[in-house]
Design a protein. Sequence first.
Length: 481
Amino acid sequence: MPMYDRRIEDKAGRTACAVGVASCAAAAVDKPRFLFHLMDDQPPANCHIPALRRRLHFRRDEARMSFSFDFEPKPRRRSVGVDVGGVLVGGGAPVVVQSMTNTDTADIDATVAQVAALFRAGSEIVRITVDRDESAAAVPKIRERLLRLGMDVPLVGDFHYIGHKLLADHPACAEALAKYRINPGNVGFKDKKDRQFGAIIETAIRHDKPVRIGVNWGSLDQELLTRLMDENQEKGFPLTAQQVMREAICQSALLSAELAEEIGLPRNKIILSAKVSNVQDLIAVYAMLSARSDHALHLGLTEAGMGTKGIVASSASLGILMQQGIGDTIRISLTPEPGGDRTREVQVAQELLQVMGFRQFVPVVAACPGCGRTTSTVFQELAQKIQDDIRKNMPVWREKYPGVEALKVAVMGCIVNGPGESKHADIGISLPGTGELPAAPVYIDGKKAMTLRGANIAGEFEALVADYIEKRFGAGQAAAE
């Protein structure tokens, strides 16, 4: 029988000792069971969750393997801060949420309405397409209309192919925008490429604007990719085609940034992005960029997709990168359903940052998933209504109730986890499950405050939540004034 021993280091550097020696058959070697405890703790029975940082050392005969698990987010990568219309990207600032319109920018009314909706939803920067003269001419009017609405939202111009010409022909557009997005893959071709790229950079310098050099694999610089493929072939193909493609994306961004600095654009006016639609490629490319540059980085899949797939792909890739300390601003590129709400991408970006503990945007509503004990839909309906009310009211609550973003509400469906979860929330309710008495205990600040009964439990709890917000956060506002 193989023998194993374990040494565990916690975050404070203390060493845990084994209180049991595991033996297992050869077939189960990869899944041994251990009992352990910290030297100054009681040994928890069948515990498999050591400290946040642990090192495992397994010994089987003469073989020895070592595994390291790092559960804490890594410190944010140091990047040069870039001021985008009053919003700091990078430089240690919180990760910024941004979005993009899908309206025809020449349609001023539609674009103003969508930018306003995205801004109200929480987008801190909004990008708009500038693809022709009519769009460029509309930009200063859009900016003016938004300011009249009290919305000083930074607008980013998304340029492809003829950005150099549009910015030169429409100086009011160049001034109204807070940042220019340049795609090195289509800014120009052959001898025109550097000249047209340089023209945009010179406009940015003249108007004191930052730029995002945004590389996309769907429009990657083919001259650069071909050169790298040829060099790889000459070396006997040490890299796969996928690896060469990743290197080309990374080099396109870095070489373009180097050229922009040579022309005279300061380093604190440059943001980089390198977008692909494959999760593993995105993680690899940004890991390469982050190791080779201190420029602020804009994260996002170029085409995340629709619905659940888009949310999962974006969350997986961006979550991994941010856990590694990589990323200064994010955009979730969801494909909306026909007639769908464009603000969904803002909500997903906020939720991702919030669940990872990087920022706080809205109160958290904890609700159990439901099971055979919760045949009633009351708790689901109540949780949904409270969540919807929070989203709807947050634009007003941010001003009226400072700090309300930290609120946690629990809506649970039965007695198994209901009371416990409710106690951990600021205010929570444990609704009766199948076969339970028609009574719903309410917990406020960790203590049982009352029990609701009758047909209007949901309505009464909603009123209690509103009252709690007013008393806790309204009082804070009054004190601050």
